[in-house]
Structures are given as structure tokens and as C-alpha cells.
Design a protein around this ligand. Structure first.
Ligand code: SF4
Length: 483
């Protein structure tokens, strides 16, 4: 709608910006171009990307049997990236596109959803302790999430969510939104954990923890490492301890060592013995050996039983990444004395490192499309949810496959590495804008009460695209009613 002073009002989100000619709105997604409201980023059609030699990721397996898969067919793939948003939600989605695939009429409904209920799950491949579970994670000093349960070789953070976006102060909401946006668009973000570490996270890149770039994730826990490499150690050294904050392994006691015939060494470790050769909690969590708070591995050794051990007994201690190792020989008083690592053990230590995968940060966006966004697809939103449940409708985000959680609503997760660059945006409400596409058979779309009057053939989209100047603002969203 044109305002008296030539500003136009954008009604694509609740902010309802007035935008001057030649300017963009608060989110930089919409602009006033000669009195017309346009979406400033190009609408991503993957056919064009492929033709122009752009990089895309495979987002559905060709082997997948779903005949309605929008990528298996030689037709343009209409993503929601740059498609625009409609607000309020009862308006039909910006693009409802029909195409024929293997003789079947299909429809893809695309929209850039505005998510107040969203966040990211971060998987940070490192043994280093980032902070206690439930500890607050901050960006620019503001609380944006917390440490959640660790996984195998990785620390996990849960950031964002509606509480940080809406319940904290204005600054907390703004910084949370900015943090999520940067992480989803694969930019570097510095986070600090209360009582823990500082970490720079970039999707697809190694984490930088307290200024140290992590190179490798662990080969396994200490016990697993004993199991994997026992044969390479047996006969070359009397004892091996794989130091791990969680499960430290001891070769002579471990089942792997027993089966090979390893001799008892009488070693006594601190911590709690779980099962033979597997010790829990040998130290506190930290950023030293095996994710424990130790820089000297002997800190976890309580001593040797004089009735069993012998002077000259050899012992290798190694961390779960092979990054740290030390070799010892017991003196006459059964005290371990460090000695150079024998050549025949060097290979096994290198083998531990070789078996570690590169440490990376993974960012999964998680959002709930279970609410009003569905009204842009159908007049009876619950039918869309049911259709997704029944696998009649495929959900993608920017063309990438998503994991839809069981239960109510359409709560999904997507790996941000699978989306094209800058696929995510924001609005200052604050909320994250993320692409979402629903693809189904046209007759199923009609059956679930879809906005069939707004279906446009894919050829129309391409024709409109061809008419506009290449690049920016190529396709404007459909006309909107006045607020
Ligand atoms: S912030 Fe909302 S109203 Fe303002 S330009 Fe962006 S989408 Fe439009």
C-alpha cells in the first residue's frame, strides 16, 4: 500500500515496516523498488543454479522411491529461498507451483517461514570440556542457550528457542536471533560457557576452543581404543592406559588384553572401576588429556601393587586422540620414570591419530512449522500435518532433506551445510526466517483443502524470472492485501 510520502508498507511480517523508495525494510529482505515491494534476494531455482555452474548439494537420494520427489525429475526445483513470506498466515504461501513428474501432477508450496519457535543444536567434535551440562552459553555476554548432554566424541550445545528469543530482555532476544542467524548462514560465532570454555563455532569448520583449533575427534572412548589396538600393543609394552575423562581403558585388565594373554601389572588407577579394564571418572572434566583436567597423565595413577608389578615394567599412556602420549619404565621402587617412546610403539600411537576423524562443528537448525505457517498451505492446517505424517507430503528446507520429529506439529531439523549460502534470514520481532517447501500430489493438495486457486505452473515462474533483470529482486511476491 502506498503511504502519502511515497513510503510503502511491507506486510510480510508483524513488524509492518514503512519503506522509502530505494530503501529496504528492517530485515533487508524486502525493498521499495519504484513503488513496488520486492524481495531483494534472488529466488533460488536449482535448475538455474545447476545451469550457471553453481554448487548444490544432493538433497534427496535418487534411489528414494518417493515418486513425487521434486529433485528426481528433470524439472526446475523451486525452493523457498528468496520466495518471500506472507503475513498474516491465512494468505496463501508466496509460491504454489505445479509441475508434472512421471505423468503425475505435483504441487510444491514454498514459503520463507518466520520462526519464533526455533533454535540450533550444535555438535562440536572435541574431547575438551566446554562446560557443565545445563551451564549457560552466552554470545556477546547475553544468554543464548545451554550445554546439553555430550555425545560420542562431541560436546553438544542447544541454542535459541522461544524463551531466549522472547522471554529475556530485548537485547537477549536480539543477540539470540543474531547468533542463530550467523550460525545457520555458516558464519563464525564466538560463544562462552559459564564456568567453562570459550569456543568459536563455524558450521563445517573445526572448533576453536580457548584459542586452540581442534584437529581431531576421538578414536573412541578409552575402553574402545584398547579393544581396537590391543593386538598392536600386546607384546611390545607391558601396560597401556588410554586416558579418557569418561571411560579410561587399561590393557592388562581389559577383556581384549586378557584374551591376548596380557600379564597383570598391578596398576591402580584413581576413579571408579566399572568393569575390568574400564574406569570412570579418573579426573575432573577439563581441556587436558582425554578431556580431563590433567596435563600429566600420572595424576590418574594411584600406584602399582608391589606383589604384582616389577622393576622395568613398561607402560604407554595415550589420550583418546593420540594427541598426547608418554612412555614410562618402572624403577626399582616401582615409580614410573618417563623414557623416549620406542620406535615400535610410535606406529601404534600414530594409528590412534590416523583413526580419528577431523573435528568439525555441525549446526542443525530446528524449527516448528506446526503452527500458523501451515495456513499458507491449506485452509485446514491440521490436514497438512496429517499428510506429512502419512508421507503424502514431503518436507524440505531450501531443497535439503529434513528430519521431522514424531508427535504433534511439524517440528523439523535440517543440517545447514545442505542449504545454499545465506538461505536464512531474520525479522526483528525477533525471529529467524527459514525456507520450507511442501511437495505433494496435486489431488492430495486439493483433498487437504489447499489453495488450489493460487497454483501456478512452474513454467510461469520461469517466464516471470526471464522477464526480470538477472539477479536481485528477480521475483516479487504476489500482491498482498493491505494491513
Ligand atoms: S521486517 Fe518484516 S515488515 Fe519489515 S521489511 Fe522485513 S518482512 Fe517486511
Amino acid at each position: 500500500m502506498a503511504a502519502p510520502d511515497d513510503k510503502i508498507r511491507c506486510d510480510a511480517c508483524p513488524v509492518l515496516c514503512y519503506i522509502r523508495p530505494g530503501m529496504t525494510g528492517a530485515c533487508d529482505r524486502y525493498a521499495n523498488r519504484n513503488g513496488e515491494l520486492v524481495r531483494v534476494d534472488p529466488h533460488v531455482l536449482l535448475e538455474r543454479t545447476v545451469r550457471d555452474g553453481g554448487e548444490i548439494v544432493p538433497f534427496m537420494s535418487p534411489a528414494r522411491e518417493w515418486s513425487g520427489g521434486i529433485v528426481n525429475a528433470p524439472v526446475p526445483i523451486v525452493t523457498a529461498i528468496g520466495a518471500g513470506t506472507t503475513y498474516p498466515d491465512y494468505k496463501p504461501a508466496p509460491f504454489i507451483v505445479s509441475s508434472k513428474i512421471d505423468g503425475v501432477d505435483m504441487v510444491t508450496v514454498v514459503t520463507e517461514g518466520i520462526y519464533s519457535y526455533c533454535g540450533v543444536k550444535l555438535k562440536i567434535d572435541t574431547d575438551r570440556h566446554l562446560g557443565a551440562e545445563c551451564a549457560t552459553v552466552r554470545a556477546k555476554g547475553e544468554p543464548v542457550g545451554h550445554v546439553t548432554t555430550g555425545e560420542y566424541g562431541s560436546q553438544m550445545l542447544s541454542l535459541g528457542g522461544v524463551n531466549h528469543l522472547t522471554h529475556g530482555g530485548k537485547k537477549e532476544g536480539r543477540v539470540t536471533c543474531e547468533t542463530l542467524l550467523d550460525l545457520c548462514n555458516r558464519k563464525a560465532v564466538e560463544l562462552t560457557v559459564d564456568g567453562g570454555a570459550s569456543v568459536i563455532v563455524t558450521a563445517g569448520k573445526p572448533p576453536v576452543i580457548n584459542g586452540h583449533t581442534e584437529e581431531r575427534m576421538r578414536v573412541g572412548c578409552g575402553s574402545a581404543a584398547i579393544g581396537m589396538f590391543a593386538k598392536q600393543w600386546y607384546g611390545k609394552v607391558d601396560e597401556v592406559v588410554v586416558v579418557d575423562d569418561h571411560i579410561t581403558g587399561v590393557l592388562s585388565e581389559h577383556q581384549a588384553g586378557k584374551l591376548l594373554g596380557a600379564r597383570d601389572t598391578g596398576i591402580k588407577l584413581k576413579g571408579r572401576r566399572s568393569t575390568p579394564g574400564r574406569y570412570f571418572h579418573v579426573a575432573e572434566p577439563g581441556t587436558g588429556w582425554g578431556g580431563a583436567n590433567i596435563s600429566d597423565p600420572l595424576q590418574i595413577v594411584a600406584g602399582f601393587d608391589a606383589k604384582v608389578a616389577w622393576p622395568g615394567l613398561t607402560m604407554l599412556m595415550v589420550s583418546t586422540t593420540g594427541e598426547q602420549y608418554a612412555f614410562y619404565r618402572l624403577d626399582e621402587s616401582l615409580k614410573p620414570i618417563e623414557a623416549p617412546l620406542p620406535e615400535n610403539l610410535r606406529v601404534s600411537v600414530e594409528r590412534v591419530s590416523e583413526n580419528c576423524e577431523p573435528a568439525l562443528c555441525s549446526v542443525l537448525f530446528m524449527g516448528g512449522a506446526g503452527g500458523s505457517l501451515r495456513a499458507g498451505v491449506t485452509e485446514n492446517p491440521v490436514r497438512l500435518t496429517r499428510s506429512v505424517r502419512q508421507a503424502l507430503t514431503t518436507v524440505t528446507a531450501g531443497g535439503a532433506p529434513v528430519v521431522v520429529w514424531p508427535g504433534g506439529g511439524i517440528t523439523f531439523m535440517v543440517d545447514v551445510m545442505l542449504l545454499p549460502d545465506n538461505a536464512f534470514g531474520y525479522v526483528p520481532t525477533p525471529a529467524i526466517v527459514a525456507p520450507i517447501e511442501f511437495t505433494m500430489r496435486l489431488d492430495d493438495y486439493a483433498a487437504l483443502g489447499g489453495h488450489v486457486d493460487h497454483v501456478r505452473p512452474v513454467g510461469d515462474i520461469l517466464a516471470q524470472r526471464a522477464k526480470t533483470a538477472a539477479g536481485v529482486g528477480a521475483i516479487s511476491a504476489p500482491a498482498r492485501s493491505e494491513p
